[in-house]
Design a protein around this ligand. Sequence first.
Ligand code: NOJ
Length: 559
Amino acid sequence: MADIKKHWYKEMAVYQIWPRSFKDGNGDGIGDLKGVLSKLDYIKSLGVDAVWFSPLYKSPQKDYGYDISDYRDIAPEYGTLDEFKTVLDECHKRGLKVIMDMVVNHTSDQHEWFLESKKGHDNPCHDYYFWRKGKNGGKKPPNNWRSIFSEPAWKYDEGLGEYYLHLFATEQPDLNMDNPKVREEVKDIMRFWLEMGVDGFREDVITFISKKENLPNGIPIPIATGFEHYMGGPRLHEYLMEFKNDVLSKYDCMTVGEAPMMTPKKALKHIAEGPGQELNMMFHFQHMEADSFLTSWIRRPFNLKKLKKVYANWQEGLYGRAWNALYIENHDQPRIIDRYGSLEFREASAKMLAAMYICQSGTPFIYQGQEIGMTNINLPEIGMYDDVSTINNYKLGQKLRLSDKTIMKLAMYASRDNARTPVQWTGGKNAGFTGGEKAWFHINPNYTEINVEAAEKDENSILNFYRKLLKFRKENEIVIYGDYKEHYPDSDKLFVYERNYEGKRMLVICSFCDKPCVFKTPEGFDLGKGRLEIASYENAGNTGNNFILQPYECRVYMF
Ligand code: NOJ
C-alpha cells in the first residue's frame, strides 16, 4: 500500500464560477460579484470547500477574462476590488477557500506592458513579448505557427514594422517568460493575491510558457501548428520551480495547472510529491477525448473503453506519488450530459457521471450548472455565438470548404458557448439570472424545467445527488485516499471500479447503457455483505450479486 500523504487540497471539492454567467446582482444582465455574494450560502450548501473564479480581472473581454489588462484590479462590470475582498472574507467565514485564475502565458493587447512594448525597441517593456521581423523582406510571418484559436499565430504591427506572437486570440499577445523581468512581474502578481488572502491558483495553459529558442517552424496542421515547440517547452520546469521556490512555497496555498496534451508520465515530472514538486495537480484533457480528438470539434463516437483506459492510467499512475484533479465540465467544454450521458435519461446519466468521477481519487471540480444537469444550448446560427474560438473555427471550416450545415452541426455540439449560458436559478423571467431586462447571452430555453429552484424542491434531484455524493466523500476517507482498481475494462457498457483504504473497500458501479443491462458482481465481492451508500434509482434494493441495472444507473457499495 502506497504511503498517501494527507493534505487539505486533496480533501477539498471545488466549485468553478465563470463570473459572467453565474449571477447578476445589479441588473445589467452580466454576472458579477454582488451576484456571487448572494449565492455563497448556496455554494456552501453543495458541500464544496473552495471556489475557483475564472478571471475576474480588468479585461477587454475578447476571451472573457483570459485577456487581462490589469492583474491587480477587478473588471468594473464584475465589481470593485473592495467587493472582491468582501467576497473573499465571506467565503472564508463560510470555510470556503478561494482560488484565482492566473493567466500568465499571455496578457491582453490592452495591458500597459503591451502598449508600452509597441512603442519601440528601447522601451523597457519591449522584450516582455515576442516581437520578430517578418520573413521575405518582412512580408511573411516569422514562422508558420498557427494559434490554438485557428488563425496565424503572428500579427503584424504597422508602427513597429514587426510581428508579435499570440498562441490564442490576436488580442492575447504571449509573454516572453525567458525575460527575467517578466518572471518577476508574475511573482509579484502572485504575491499580491496571496497577501490579500487567496488560497491558490488555477494556472492557465501554464505548460505553454516556455517556447523553444529561435521559434522554429512546426509540423503544419490547421490548428496549433508549432505546439511541439512550446508544449512543455525547454525551460518550463525551471520557471515553475522558480515560482514555487520564490513565492508559492511561502504560503499555505494550492496550485492546479492547466495542461493540454498532458500524459501521466509527463505530469509526474511536474506534480510528483517531494522537493521537486512544481504544482499540486494538473488539469489534463485526455478523459475529455472519449468522443473527440484534441478539441471537441474533431469528433468521434463516444468510446467508453477509451475513457476507462485514460482514467485507469491516471488513477494508477499517480496513486501514492501525485494527485489527480477531477473534472468533467468547465467553461471550455460542452456540457457533459450531451456528450457522455443521454438527454433522454438526463437525470440518471447526470447522476451516474457525477458518481463516476467524484468517487475516483483526486480533487473534484464542479462547474456552475453542472450540479443541476444543465445541457448544451445548441444555437443554430453562427451569428448567435459569441466565443472567439467558435467564430474562428467557423471561419476555418469555411476555408476548408465544409458546408455550412456541417460547420453548424459541429458548432452546436462543440462550442464553448454551450457551457457559458447563464446559470438557471428559477423557472421565472430570465431564469432568475438577472433582475434586469435581458441577460448578456442566450438563456437555454429549458430553464423552465431545469433550474435550481425546482431542483431544491425535489429530494431526488441531480442537485441533491451531488450534495449526497460530496457529503459521502467527506465522511469516508476511502473516497479521498483509497487506491483504484478497475473491473471489466473490456465492457463497453459498464464502468466498474473498486477503491481500497485501511481495510475498507468500496465498489463503484456505473452503467453507460440506455437500456437495462446485466450486472455481475466482480469476484471477491459479496454485495449482501456491503452497504449500498449511493444509489441513483430510488428502488435500487439489494438484489443479490447478479442483477439488472437500469439505464445509466449507478451504485456505490461500501465494505
Ligand atoms: C484556457 C482557458 O480555460 C480558456 O478559456 C482560454 O481561452 C485559454 N486558456 C486562453 O487563455
